[in-house]
Structure formats: C-alpha cells, structure tokens
Design a binder for this molecule. Structure first.
Ligand SMILES: Cc1ncc(COP(=O)(O)O)c(C=O)c1O
Length: 495
C-alpha cells in the first residue's frame, strides 16, 4: 500500500463520519481534510483510482467519483495520462485575491500555546466521533427511545413554569430525582443509600473527575483495571495521578504481591461487568478489595455503568452493598439506558463526604438542567423507566444472540466469543499473533466500527480481540455486517 493510500485509509478509519455518509463522500472528505491540513502537500501525486480502490477495498467508481468532486472544487488537478495531483491551494487563493473584487485580510493562525498538561492530554486524544455506527461498542439503540412520551412529560414540566427549575442545581441536584434514584438503587442494585448521599452529576465522567479532584492529589496513585475504560484513564491522567494497571482475569481485578506493596488513593473498578472484558468480580475478590481499601485508606470508585443489561438471571448486587467501612463511592449513568447526550448520572458518596462533595459539585460545576432532571423523575416514578429497561433488555438480548450466531458460523475454532450474559458488546478473543488494531481498521473500511481490545491495555502484555457492539444494530444489519466481519476475522486468523 502506498503512503498516500495508507494515509487515506487511516483517515477513513479514524474520522467520525455520519453513518449515512456514502463511501464516496467519506473518501472525498478525508482527502479534502488531508489537503487542508497539508498532510497531502501541493503537487503530491494521488494513487491511481485502480490502486486506491484496491488498497481501500472499495469500488473503483467510488474513487473516480470522489476524485472528480475534488477536481471540480479545485483540490486536485487531473492531467490526462499522467495522473491526479494535489493543487496548490495557496497559489490558488493568492491568484483569487489578485483578481477578486474585495481585498481580503490574511488570517494568520496565532500559535496556540497549550499548558504542559494540555499538550500531554491532546497528544493522545481520541477526538470526537459519531458512536452510532454498526458494531460501535457501548451504544444504546436511540431509535427505541420513547420520543413522544418524553415530549409529553417534558411539556408538562415546562407548563408548570416553575422558577426554581431554572436555577442552578443546589444540594446535589433535584430532590425528587435523588429520591427516585435512591429507591431504585436500594431495590435493584442492593446499594446501601440514603437520599442525602446521592448527588446528580453530568454523568460518570464528571463523577470520576469530582472524586479525583477531592480525594487525590497530583502524583498520588490510582489502581485501575487493565484493560481499562478509556474515560476513567483520561480523567485520572488529567488530574496527574499515577496509574497502576492491575491485571484483570475472569474473576475481575487480580492483585498480586507487587500491587499490594503500593499505596493507592483511588481504586477504580467495574465489578458488575468489567469494561471491556465483561468479567464479573467474584465475591472473594470483592471482599479482598474492600479489606485492602480499609487497610490502605484508599477509596474504591465503583462504576456501575451498564448493570441494567443483564440478560439471564437476577441482576448482580453492587460492591457498595458489601461495604461496612464507607470506602466505596458508587456511580451510575443514564447514558446507556436512555441516551448518552442526556448527560445525567449519579454519585453515591459515604456520609462523611456529603458536605465536601455537595459544595465542590456546586462550586466547580454550577450544575443545572433541572427541567431535564424533573422530566426524568416523572419518567422513573410513573413506571416508564422500568418498562423501557424491560423492553430494551429483550431487544438487546435477542440482538446479542443473533450476533453470536452470525459470528460463530464464520469463525474458526481458535477464535472464541465472550460468554457472559450482560452488557452492550461481545468480545471476540483472537490469537496473540493477530494484529487487532489493523483488523479494526480493515473492518472500518467496510463501515464496521469495532474496537481493538489491545488498545485498552496499559501494560505491554495485552490480549488481542475485538469489541463488537450490537445494541445499536438492527437484526438486518447484524446479519449482514456480522457475516462480513466474521469472514474478515476468519481470513485474518487463517492467513
Ligand atoms: C465503563 C463506562 N463507564 C461510564 C460510561 C458513561 O459515562 P457518562 O455517564 O459520562 O456518559 C461509559 C460510556 O461509554 C463506560 O463505558
């Protein structure tokens, strides 16, 4: 593959395109961005349409149409017989200024000097992306959101014209919502909680950030699961904590002697359904972790992000329910059950931390969106939340089984699929010899957005695999893309 094909393949794989964007438009956009950013410099030659089509695994006509669009807009110049070249945009705009009616002021971008932390954070930023593509792990199916019902509940809240709902959120958020969540957590998650302990946050990301700010100082150690949820890792890094990756096995976080020799301030875990492997933390490990937290005076941050999606058996109780020493801060979110953009989550803190967290939440965040919180309260208390969860659980459970079937048909025996019965994605476990990052990129060229398991690890010894989300996909998409993905994996493994 030529460097230009490689550059375009990477841009296609990593740009967050809208799912309905055609392949031609994606290629056009990727090439245009590369030209603007001067990653494709003036005068550089593009591969022939035949070669590029082969390298990207797309139809030649698609490439030709994208080239024609770029040429029509002056980004490339096609010289008959000798190929297609990137145009000199500077010369073009200078000549346009020469002939143009109005003189234009040259805008020179001022160098944006970021802080040391800013530079570090943005150097490995994943950047915003559309999550809603076939098999993107972790996304709920927005199309099942009860729009009409929500609209009705929201209209009712606005009709009441309550001034207090237009204010900032005080005392940890809208009281009726905190009461509804308290009730839900006691019954469904066996959390030991009083309404005073519940704070409404703008989701788990903000809950984690508050914990990192209030409970740890720069340079302190945070134990994190390895592999680990990216969002948590980024928050701790932004707060300049030292991450100690702890191996995860089928019983969850597995501490060894060398881990126990360190002193964490924070311990971040997803015990009900480890993200991303899906392991459930065993009771013995839960007890051990609580003991360790007491001994080391560390805080356990329990991220219970998707426990509503358990397809067989009873829901698992939260780790927090076993805590007799007030070492656990428990957090949940409505991102998965309702929709990510709602940005409403909750944080349950031990009683001794209530005043500190309440005042920090207010001082640092000035929380708001009380009308959304009021609508959500009605959604829960009128029973719609339970109905919605029951409905989507059934839908996702069926999609999960369908995906498993489609993949199993195509996969060779040395590739296994995670067996646990919860969550929004499956993990396809690959032999160590397979480059899962390259495989995910190849899948992206087919419009399939899977994630490579190895990228979630901090330690060098990684397991290879693909995270395949199914909640957002219709059964037709699962059948179609599932077969394509299965065939792609099989070809890679058998190569
Ligand atoms: C492990 C985990 N925790 C939490 C979240 C959600 O966080 P938030 O409430 O900030 O949307 C996600 C979202 O993908 C996640 O994967």
């Amino acid at each position: 593959m030529s460097p230009t094909s490689d550059l375009l393949a990477t841009a296609l794989a990593h740009t967050g395109f809208h799912p309905r964007l055609s392949q031609q438009r994606r290629l056009y956009e990727a090439a245009k961005a590369a030209i603007h950013q001067q990653r494709l410099g003036a005068g550089s030659k593009l591969p022939s349409s035949r070669d590029l089509a082969r390298d990207l695994g797309i139809a030649r006509n698609t490439v030709i149409a994208a080239f024609e669009q770029l040429a029509a807009e002056g980004y490339v110049i096609s010289a008959k017989g000798s190929g297609t070249y990137v145009a000199d945009l500077q010369a073009h705009s200078a000549s346009m200024r020469g002939v143009g009616a109005a003189p234009q002021t040259q805008v020179t971008p001022r160098s944006a000097k970021l802080s040391r932390r800013g530079q570090e954070l943005t150097s490995y930023a994943a950047g915003p992306q559309f999550e809603i593509q076939p098999f993107a792990p972790g996304d709920p199916d927005f199309s099942s959101f009860p729009f009409k019902l929500w609209q009705r509940l929201q209209n009712r809240v606005w009709r009441e014209a309550r001034n207090d709902l237009l204010d900032y959120g005080q005392s940890g958020g809208h009281l009726p919502l905190r009461q509804a969540i308290t009730e839900y957590l006691r019954i469904s998650r066996s959390v030991k909680v009083d309404v005073e302990q519940v704070m409404i946050t703008a989701g788990t990301q903000q809950s984690l950030d508050l914990c990192a700010q209030l409970l740890a100082d720069a340079g302190d150690t945070a134990w994190v699961e390895d592999p680990c949820y990216w969002g948590a890792r980024r928050v701790f890094q932004a707060r300049e904590l030292k991450l100690r990756p702890i191996t995860v096995d089928s019983d969850g976080m597995a501490l060894d002697e060398s881990d126990l020799a360190t002193k964490p301030r924070l311990i971040y875990v997803t015990p009900s359904h480890q993200y991303p492997t899906g392991a459930v933390m065993s009771l013995a490990r839960r007890r051990e972790l609580l003991d360790v937290a007491v001994r080391k005076e560390a805080w356990i941050l329990e991220d219970d992000y998707d426990s509503e999606f358990r397809y067989t058996g009873r829901p698992l109780a939260a780790l927090q329910g076993l805590d007799n020493d007030d070492r656990v801060l428990y957090m949940g979110t409505f991102s998965k059950v309702l929709y990510p953009g709602i940005k409403v989550g909750y944080l349950v803190v031990p009683p001794a931390l209530i005043p500190a967290f309440r005042s920090a939440l207010y001082d640092l965040q000035r929380p708001g969106q009380l009308t959304v919180q009021a609508t959500l309260t009605d959604f829960i208390t009128l029973g719609h939340f339970t109905t919605h969860v029951r409905k989507i659980r059934q839908t996702y459970g069926a999609r999960r089984e369908l995906l498993r079937r489609m993949l199993t048909q195509a996969l060779p025996s040395n590739v296994s699929i995670s067996k646990e019965e919860s969550g929004l994605h499956l993990v396809v476990e690959l032999p160590d010899s397979v480059d899962d990052v390259a495989l995910a990129q190849r899948a992206a060229a087919l419009d399939i957005s899977v994630k490579a398991l190895s990228t979630y690890y901090l330690k060098p010894q990684v397991r290879r695999g693909l995270l395949v989300g199914y909640a957002y996909c219709t059964p037709e998409q699962i059948t179609d893309y599932g077969l394509q993905l299965g065939a792609l994996i099989a070809a890679e493994v058998q190569a």
